[in-house]
Design a protein around this ligand. Structure first.
Ligand code: FAD
Ligand code: SF4
Length: 465
């Protein structure tokens, strides 16, 4: 029976007052019955507008049709043709601005819950043990991937499927990039990321961790080691600061450092001794997903008060609506149109309040968003003992500064052509290292495109041999 409901089948979730005290996953996932009911909302449109909204071109109506028929393994096979990390995308892709924004059901009501269905299918596949696929025969070409985030992992997975001997060099002690060091456990359980990585390893990808390229080995040395092409997927992990007084006080963190301590170094678990401040009141400065994650972590670590301090209004906030909604439900207070001007310290150099000023919106700036301007006489002090700065990141300059011929733009992002090749022959780049901080699926799309270009180049060389 087609499902004419204007609303998605609701997603079961942990109650806000329980989940804001633990790091367990917030959304619990559809049951098989819920998934089939939601799949019945899909109209199987002839022109497939949803597919055009997916950067990796998942055949959305086809996998949803399989769910409707109860063929969940078949649904997985459809997704896996183009998406190497479905359990991850089903959880943290911003579907509302991608596939779901194009869904015709969204014209009168809510779009089909494509992300929820993708998550269901990927979780079903993990729970029911999909058949292991034997690695393909090697084709004799070696490719190096720098960075084990979504762009690097996707590039590596696609090349391994084509028979390339792929080695991923990762600076941290664990692969996954932002998926493991940034996004918290309660949004993306790390066991899921580990399993996706295991399946890449099973497909023949070698992972080398604790390998900071530019320090341990240079890019030139990789070439000397016989890697015929290199993909750089090093992300944009260098934090920006506000440049105001007090940013070097004890109790001020960049969001990256705060989240890395909590997620990668497990500061929230008793049995780990990673130091992290036990805060009473935390101000998180910024309005993106990173700010929401830091604020929700601070609450779970026991802070009585957690504020999001954002200088524009709710409409300009770049965070996903779902994350803002979850943060509000969990008790995070939003101080919008508010700008920090100074962080105050006590006699021991510890944070002891943050001076702020209220803002109002003026004329649009170059980004098209209305420029916030200070409201005269509106200064006040926010009573906090911790400040987390989440106002953006940029690419780390290490590889560029240790490699000749690699050009970047004024934001430090690698310059690439249509094939994702940098200004150096045989060296490709993609993901946040090229775009600046963006999304997982865009990083994956870039990794895919680079893998196809590397294959084209190296198989072309093969033909000439
Ligand atoms: P990254 O994921 O940053 O991975 C880069 C990897 O390269 C890292 O592992 C790094 O250690 C490694 N590396 C860096 N330099 C070197 C070197 N010299 N040698 C070797 N390795 C190196 N996007 C979404 O779509 N949905 C979300 O909900 C979402 N939430 C986010 C929450 C947070 C807290 C953050 C920080 C980002 C979030 N994003 C989200 C953005 C998304 O995670 C990124 O756009 C995406 O991870 C970029 O992928 P990437 O492969 O380019 O880089
Ligand atoms: Fe189904 Fe929406 Fe895609 Fe149409 S646009 S095929 S309704 S998911």
């Amino acid at each position: 029976m087609p499902n004419g409901s204007p609303k998605k089948v609701p997603m079961p979730e942990q109650a806000p007052e329980i989940r804001n005290q633990n790091f367990e996953e917030v959304s619990l996932g559809y049951t098989a019955e819920m998934a089939r009911e939601e799949a019945e909302r899909c109209l199987n449109c002839k022109h497939r507008p949803c597919v055009s909204g997916c950067p990796v071109n998942v055949a959305i109506p086809d996998f949803i049709a399989r769910i409707r028929e109860g063929d969940f393994s078949g649904a997985y096979d459809v997704i896996a043709q183009t998406n190497a990390l479905p359990s991850i995308c089903g959880r943290v892709c911003p579907q509302e601005s991608q596939c779901e924004s194009k869904c015709v059901r969204g014209l009168k009501g809510e779009p089909v819950g494509i992300g929820r269905l993708e998550r269901f299918v990927a979780d079903y596949h993990r729970a029911h043990g999909g058949a292991a696929v034997a690695p393909p025969q090697k084709n004799g070409h070696k490719v190096a991937v720098i960075g084990a985030g979504p762009s690097g992992l996707t590039c590596a997975g696609d090349l391994a499927k084509l028979g390339y001997d792929v080695t991923v060099f990762e600076a941290f002690h664990a692969p996954g990039g932002v998926l493991v060091y940034g996004i918290p456990e309660f949004r993306l359980p790390k066991s899921i990321v580990a399993e996706e990585i295991r399946s890449l390893e099973a497909a023949g990808v070698h992972m080398m961790t604790d390998m900071v390229i530019g320090r341990v080995l240079s890019l030139d040395e990789l070439t000397e080691m016989g890697f015929e092409a290199v993909f750089i997927g090093t992300g944009a992990g260098l934090p920006m600061f506000m440049g105001i007084e007090g940013e070097s006080l004890l109790g001020v963190y960049s969001a990256n450092e705060y989240l890395t301590r909590i997620n990668l170094m497990k500061a929230y678990r008793e049995e780990y001794d990673t130091p992290i401040k036990k805060s009473r009141a935390v101000a998180v400065v910024g309005g993106g997903n990173v700010a929401m994650d830091a604020a929700r972590c601070a609450k779970r670590l026991g802070a009585e008060k957690v504020f999001i301090v954002y200088r524009r209004s709710a409409e300009e906030m770049p965070a996903r609506q779902e994350e803002v909604h979850h943060a509000k439900e969990e008790g995070i207070e939003f101080r919008l149109l508010t700008n920090p001007t100074r962080i105050l310290g006590d006699e021991n150099g510890r944070v002891n309040g943050m001076e702020c000023v209220e803002m109002e919106l003026g004329e649009p700036d170059e980004s098209g968003r209305r420029r916030p301007v200070e409201k005269a006489g509106s200064e006040f002090v926010l009573d906090v003992d911790t400040v987390v700065v989440a106002i953006g990141t940029s690419p780390n300059p290490l590889i560029r500064s240790t490699t000749k011929g690699l050009e970047t733009n004024r934001k430090g992002c690698f310059i690439v052509n249509d094939s994702m090749e940098t200004t150096r022959d045989g060296v490709y780049a993609g993901g946040d290292a090229v775009t600046g901080a963006a999304t997982i699926i865009l990083a994956m799309g870039a990794g895919k495109k680079a893998a196809a270009a590397i294959h084209e180049k190296l198989s072309g060389i093969e033909k000439q041999r």
